[in-house]
Design a protein around this ligand. Structure first.
Ligand code: TRP
Ligand code: SF4
Length: 334
């Protein structure tokens, strides 16, 4: 039996953090064995909000690819590629755009949020561009380009996948075909990790731990993680469930056994927060050790990374060009 196809992408926001790793990439690493997997760097999508800040775009694409490879995405198994290297996606985007009612994109809740953020910014970039309005259509083109069965994403992207399903159905209806599948969201079973300050982890909030951070930096950052705010001294009785960040990280990185010791020790005032976080830092560094070793290998071999991406581009284009020629037939282009 041929494997089902999955497609997913990530915008090149630079070096990725643990939120990306635990929330998305780790999931891909598992899925790549079960599905025919296409993972791409969504550099066109980066332009929807940062078309005027492209100085680091090229490097950011490489950073994302290195983080994926370091995390265990295997280019022998999965196809990893760069969105803008697949011109067929742009062509499909045109066909899908024609068939998408304007109010479908206007309704998109994620787009509404992005627009709100943009509006609070000064300068020319505070305008919502035509390209940004097309975000969900372009995303549909990414997915339908491979005629995917499913799309592994986080909760925040589900609304987009719903639009993709709607667009696929509408396209099929208009052209009286069953060509496109209606791709299903494959929800990441993820441990949502908060930032060091207890808010959502994000690069712009300066509360993140990067996959590529050194062990020393990680240890230092962990020491700033929020704990039980009511606790002043080691002997104060602690409340792990109100330990806003450190204990939550323990729940992600610690073993059952470790949690069984930490909880009572904290509650009885036998465990200092500084020591607790020192141990936690070691724990996280242990978990990331291999990934970071692989990452430094790729950092010193950028040509290998570029090579892997261009191999992936080729594989992705092979499938894309087959599909686009069928789409051209279906639409009855000359
Ligand atoms: N919108 C996604 C994000 O911000 C990135 C993305 C672009 C994507 N195209 C996609 C994800 C297609 C899944 C499928 O993370
Ligand atoms: Fe949190 Fe550990 Fe401090 Fe308890 S001892 S409050 S679990 S950091």
């Amino acid at each position: 039996m041929t494997k089902q196809v999955i497609v997913s992408g990530m915008r090149p926001t630079g070096k990725l953090h643990l939120g990306h790793y635990l929330g998305v990439i780790q999931n891909w690493v598992e899925l790549q064995h079960k599905y025919d997997s296409y993972f791409f760097v969504a550099d066109w999508h980066a332009l929807t909000t940062k078309y005027d800040k492209t100085d680091e775009l090229k490097q950011d694409v490489l950073e994302v690819a290195m983080d994926w490879l370091a995390s265990g995405i295997d280019p022998e198994i999965a196809t990893i590629y760069v969105q803008s290297h697949i011109p067929e996606i742009a062509e499909l985007n045109i066909y899908l755009g024609m068939a998408t009612p304007q109010n479908w994109v206007e309704r998109d809740p994620t787009l509404k949020d992005m627009a709100k953020i943009l509006r609070t910014k000064e300068g020319q970039n505070s305008q919502i561009s035509y390209g940004l309005m097309g975000y969900p259509v372009l995303m549909s083109a990414d997915i339908m380009m491979m005629n995917a069965d499913a799309v592994p994403v986080g909760n925040d992207q589900v609304a987009h996948i719903e639009i993709t399903r709607d667009i696929a159905r509408r396209f099929n209806n208009i052209y009286n075909t069953e060509f496109f599948k209606e791709p299903k969201p494959l929800l990441n079973k993820c441990s949502l990790i908060c930032g060091l300050d207890g808010n959502k982890m994000g690069k712009s909030f300066h509360n993140d731990i990067k996959i590529s951070d050194t062990a020393e930096d990680t240890a230092k950052k962990i020491m700033t993680a929020i704990t039980d705010r009511s606790r002043m001294r080691k002997t104060d009785l602690g409340h792990p469930d109100e330990c806003e960040v450190a204990f939550k990280y323990w729940q992600i990185f610690g073993s059952e056994q470790e949690l069984e010791t930490i909880r009572p020790e904290c509650e009885k005032g036998e465990r200092g927060c500084a020591d607790c976080k020192r141990q936690l830092g070691c724990k996280i560094n242990e978990r990331l050790k291999e990934i970071r070793e692989r990452r430094s290998y790729y950092e010193t071999h950028p040509d290998e990374v570029k090579d892997i991406l261009s191999q992936g581009d080729k594989k992705a284009r092979a499938r894309a060009s087959e599909i686009i020629s069928q789409v051209r037939d279906i639409v009855r282009m000359y």
